[in-house]
Design a protein around this ligand. Structure first.
Ligand code: ADP
Ligand code: MG
Length: 701
């Protein structure tokens, strides 16, 4: 245990290490820089860089890297060694080296950005991108390299990454929430947002991935017959963890802990081979960085154990996919959770106002929330019977809903001695945490003292949903602060504001079963948006109200937003393109030949048996016929798919092309898959060229 407390965050240049390593004055300046976002001057940066380098070298580091998060959604790095030549060697060559790392190198880097997606933000002649140190997320050591978390932008200062808009969104919500807190008498405190990301994943044996091109190239299976046993017995969920998985988890935890990542819970998930890891929540920015590292380390550690960690949203058709629940709250920098109902009327009033801000934000920006989780992989998951539907709604639980209804109708509240509930005067009833956590089907659920956004897919950068949540809530709070700052009677203005917000936005509240087919109809009647696929969702990213929102809060300018639109749509088309080409390749090179060979074998057997044994050969004849029919169907399907891909070249416009892939290519893939799955179910295992779902899902013993 002691050993663990020592190892925890041992590879992180965190406040504790800074306090030990930096001169007192420098430490104090750093602290202010981290807490208040103050800039560091070069002389201070030099001192910090030097201390960081000495610490890193003691830990065995030889290189440093600016670590950033380009719009690909994964992280990027380029290593530089600390070595610097000194002295006069023969013929003017260096005589030796010293290890150097300057403040300038710490604070700012320059990299060739031309191969990262920029969505038109950076013209090719200005290929440089700049990385700028984000001191609010600590530097750390991984594989003998000192990692410095950075933001990544163009020469003109436009964000080319996920971190910059995330930091901007955190500032935006903090700015507005601090105005509100002041109105409630909390001077001198700052609001911060917190996130805890529950991460789901699959573990399969490495040999399975090696044997399946689709898993290797696309991260998911493109076909596969449903196994006789999937998740219907619920025997995997929270079940005993297999020794091989346990060994993986142990090593993963240890690596995460050394990096200061608060890995807390681990368990088996619903589907066979599926697991979950949840850390303890922390500041949004750090939480997002930590989630990126967690995903990376899951894959690395799995590899060391002869397994592959699949982070795709839907690796297998027949069982649940993987998501990532985004637990979100807002707190003061003194540690008070603003979504905690509190005990006094005044605290209750403040809680209700922040609650309303989230309700309004989710209702006004349903489309942006849906867009923030839109990826080709997640399209398989949203709306299927396992993840929340593609329609965004909110669950508050019965007790809290009743309170809001009483406020809305200015009616008596049954739970409180039949009195009219006056905000700021009466104490709210207590909301038992259990009763707020019952509904697992809601996309956006209040779980007692935080919201859980359940739509993100397993591979998503958590920056994306949090940029939207932060900015949309900042906008509600801005509107509230404008009203309340000008109010003569604060309590009654507050009461009216909460009442009016509930009246205007109650359509987003839904406590029922999100998987129920009837809900989609009701949602339509309520005027909620249903954006089933990524292109449907992205088509709304540039709606004027969305541009206005991001511009008003300085999170994205119109050009930055347009670049995201272009990149995401292009990415959608590319991902589907790769999947389709992979499927075609597997069908042409292995599946069709195998089906053909096996039906020929059946024919030969029938002939031989007919001649020599004189039997009817019912099985051989019927199967051969059925498989020949299926191979023709598959052959036609492959040609239809190839043509659908070729036709995309004739489609102009990124949105139109993405729509084409969705409408023509995805449907051709689905049709083709049906034939393949049926053929697989009729073929002997040794004649089918790929591992089956049973082989893969039960491959880790
Ligand atoms: P469960 O979802 O099983 O009920 P918990 O409620 O304990 O589990 O937490 C789920 C996740 O939510 C964890 O990552 C936890 O750290 C995180 N979480 C808890 N409180 C907050 C908060 N105030 N802000 C953000 N995340 C939180
Ligand atoms: Mg959860």
């Amino acid at each position: 245990m002691n050993d663990l407390t020592n190892r925890f965050a041992s590879k992180v240049f965190d406040l504790g290490t800074m306090k030990q390593r930096l001169p007192k004055d420098t430490y104090r300046v750093m602290l202010r820089c981290i807490r208040d976002g103050k800039r560091l001057d070069v002389s201070i940066a030099n001192v910090v860089a030097n201390a960081m380098k000495d610490w890193a070298i003691e830990q065995g580091a030889t290189h440093f890297t600016h670590w950033f998060q380009p719009m690909t959604g994964i992280t990027a790095e380029k290593h530089d060694s600390f070595i610097s030549p000194v002295g006069d060697g023969p013929g003017g060559a260096p005589g030796g080296i010293i290890m150097e790392f300057s403040g300038k190198e710490l604070v700012r880097g320059e990299s060739d950005a031309s191969s990262f997606p920029s969505g038109g933000l950076r013209s090719t002649f200005e290929a440089r991108g700049y990385t700028a140190w984000d001191p609010t997320s600590y530097a750390f050591i991984k594989d003998t390299v000192l990692y410095i978390p950075t933001a990544f932008c163009s020469y003109g200062g436009e964000a080319l990454d996920m971190k910059t808009p995330l930091l901007r969104s955190m500032e935006a919500i903090s700015r507005q929430a601090t105005r509100i807190l002041k109105l409630f008498g909390h001077e001198g405190v700052k609001a911060i947002t917190t996130v805890g990301a529950e991460q789901e994943y699959f573990l399969v044996d490495q040999s399975m991935v090696d044997a399946r091109e689709d898993l290797m190239l696309t991260g998911r299976t493109l076909f596969g017959t449903r196994p006789p046993k999937g998740q219907e017995l619920d025997d995997h969920y929270y079940g005993v963890i297999k020794p091989r998985v346990q060994a993986f988890m142990k090593e993963l935890n240890d690596e995460l802990w050394q990096l200061g990542i608060l890995a807390k819970t681990e368990h088996n998930e619903v589907a066979p081979a599926q697991h979950e890891l949840a850390p303890i929540f922390t500041t949004t920015n750090i939480s997002v960085d930590h989630n990126q590292l967690t995903m990376e380390l899951m894959q690395k550690v799995a590899h060391r154990h002869g397994m592959v960690c699949l982070l795709h949203e839907k690796p297998f058709n027949c069982v649940n996919g993987s998501g990532k629940h985004n637990n979100w709250s807002i707190a003061t920098d003194t540690g008070v959770n603003l979504l905690e109902p509190g005990a006094t009327p005044f605290e209750n009033a403040q809680f209700l106002l922040f609650l309303c801000a989230v309700i309004q934000a989710v209702d006004d920006y349903q489309d942006l929330l849906r867009i923030s989780v839109a990826t080709p992989g997640n399209d398989h998951r949203l709306g299927a019977n396992e993840a929340p539907p593609a329609v965004v709604s909110m669950f508050l639980g019965d007790e809290l809903t009743e309170v809001l209804e009483a406020i809305e109708n200015e009616a008596d509240y049954s739970g409180r001695d039949q009195q009219q509930l006056k905000i700021g005067v009466h104490v709210l009833p207590r909301f038992p945490k259990d009763s707020t956590d019952r509904n697992r089907t809601s996309p956006f659920a209040f779980t007692g003292n935080k919201f859980e956004f359940r739509m993100p897919g397993a591979s998503l950068s958590m920056a994306k949903p949090n940029i939207v949540i932060n900015t949309a809530v900042a906008e509600s709070l801005r509107q509230y602060a404008d009203v309340l700052e000008g109010a003569e009677d604060f309590t009654s203005a507050l009461h009216n504001l909460i009442r009016d917000t509930v009246r205007a936005h109650k359509r987003i509240l839904f406590n029922g079963n999100g998987y129920d087919g009837g809900w989609i109809h009701e949602a339509r009647a309520r005027g909620l948006q249903n954006l089933p696929t990524t292109p449907d969702a992205l088509a709304h990213l540039l709606d004027q109200k969305n541009i206005d929102l991001f511009e008003a809060h300085g999170v994205y300018n119109a050009a930055e937003l347009r670049s995201r639109y272009e990149i995401l749509l292009e990415n959608y088309a590319k991902v589907i393109h790769i999947e389709a080409e992979t499927l075609i390749d597997m069908v042409n090179r292995n599946i069709l030949p195998a089906v053909s060979d096996f039906s020929a074998r059946l024919c030969r057997n029938a002939l031989a048996k007919g001649n020599f044994a004189g039997t009817a050969c019912g099985y051989e004849k019927a199967r051969a016929k059925e498989l020949s029919r299926l191979s023709d169907e598959i052959y036609t399907g492959v040609n239809v798919l190839s043509e659908a891909i070729s036709a995309s070249d004739r489609v102009d416009g990124t949105l139109e092309r993405a729509m084409h892939y969705k409408d023509d290519v995805v449907s051709a893939m689905n049709a083709l898959r049906e034939g393949i799955d049926t053929a697989e179910s009729m073929m002997p295992a040794d004649a089918w060229p790929y591992p089956s779902y049973i082989d893969i899902l039960f491959s880790v013993k």
